[in-house]
Design a protein around this ligand. Structure first.
Ligand code: DP6
Length: 327
């Protein structure tokens, strides 16, 4: 009997960003990073290894994957097969749960769910630390999506030491993230290409490593003390400094569009009006605005007026990986 296993993993948003690899084969990062797992955006992935198959079969949202994405999944399955001493191919069915066609589906939830489902379907019983190390091999940010709440990915120096550690899994702090869909299309420069270009061509990259160390030192106590101002100022500055590494690369590039800049101004205006909120953004133009739950409806309304209510999605801290069945 071939086991069929389904795993659910949520996406995460980095407060202190991962932007650069030290080892592209083992997917070891240049620095540690820290994120919040979100409740709204998640991936359900089902895997079966089947001797009858002549190749891996991968569908995402009922569509066969494009060859580049399928290759990433195939390489990842090879790693699982190697670790589990299996040879059969796998059937992989993945569904992204994103409230609208929002461009918010992420490789973090995708590879975290795949790591969970594929390893169990192949007969391995990995604990969550080992799962985070396995997920890392698919996509760096997936390392952190194995755990819920606030999570640190410790850079480490080899395959064993580069793993996620939960900081606070059950978040009781009443905070929210207002995600703005400013452009639902695929990014032109993938995070993988973008970070590599920053590492190799930005003269500011050495400074970035120190910035991350300092920001982690500032943000961890702020999270424990529920100090929203320090949290917000640190995450906003960290995001802008990450994006400075794209502007200072050769050739320079940027993930911002016009609406990104407009939304940043709105955040500043909201703050000036006494609604404390802070923005961050990843390798795309969609801003994510951190706020306290008491302020969420006022902030949501402001952005809904500006960008349309369908383009404003409110998320809260979310859980780590879950197994929906176990055969
Ligand atoms: C800007 O995890 O997508 O979101 O490891 O090459 O798959 P790969 O990159 P990915 O990069 C995420 C970059 C980021 C920051 C972050 O999530 O820490």
């Amino acid at each position: 009997m071939n086991a069929t296993v389904t795993a659910r993993a949520h996406t995460n948003i980095a407060l202190v960003k991962y932007w650069g690899k030290a080892d592209t084969e083992l997917m070891l990062p240049q620095t540690s990073s820290l994120s919040l797992t979100l409740d709204q955006f998640y991936t359900d992935t089902t895997v079966t290894f089947d001797d009858q198959l002549t190749a891996d079969e991968v569908t995402v949202n009922d569509q066969l994957l494009s060859s580049e994405a399928a290759k990433k999944v195939h390489n990842f399955l090879n790693l699982v097969r190697q670790q589990a001493s299996r040879t059969s191919f796998a059937r992989v069915t993945s569904v992204n749960h994103v409230p609208t066609a929002a461009g918010l589906a992420s490789s973090a939830s995708a590879f975290a769910a795949l790591a969970g489902a594929a390893s169990r379907a192949a007969g391995m019983d990995l604990d969550r630390t080992a799962l985070s190390r396995l997920a890392r091999r698919g996509s760096g940010s997936a390392t952190r999506s194995i755990f819920g709440g606030f999570v640190e990915w410790e850079a480490g120096h080899d395959d064993l030491s580069s793993r996620a550690v939960p900081l606070i899994e059950d978040v009781t702090w009443p905070i929210a993230v207002v995600a703005l869909v400013l452009d639902p299309h695929h990014k032109k420069v993938s995070s993988r290409q973008g970070m590599q270009s920053s590492v190799t061509t930005s003269p500011f990259y050495p400074a970035w490593k120190q910035i991350v160390a300092d920001d982690l030192d500032a943000i961890k106590p702020a999270i424990r003390a529920q100090d929203f101002t320090t949290l917000g100022e640190t995450l906003e500055t960290n995001a802008m400094r990450m994006h400075a590494l794209t502007l200072s690369a050769r050739p320079p590039f940027s993930y911002f569009n016009g609406d990104t800049l407009t939304a940043m101004q709105t955040v500043k205006g909201l703050r000036a009006a006494g609604l404390e909120c802070y923005y961050t953004l990843d390798a795309g133009p969609n801003l994510k605005v951190f706020c306290q739950t008491a302020d969420v409806s006022a902030i949501q309304e402001r952005f809904a007026r500006q960008f349309g209510s369908d383009n404003v999605i409110v998320a809260h801290p979310g859980p780590g990986i879950q197994f929906l069945n176990k055969a």
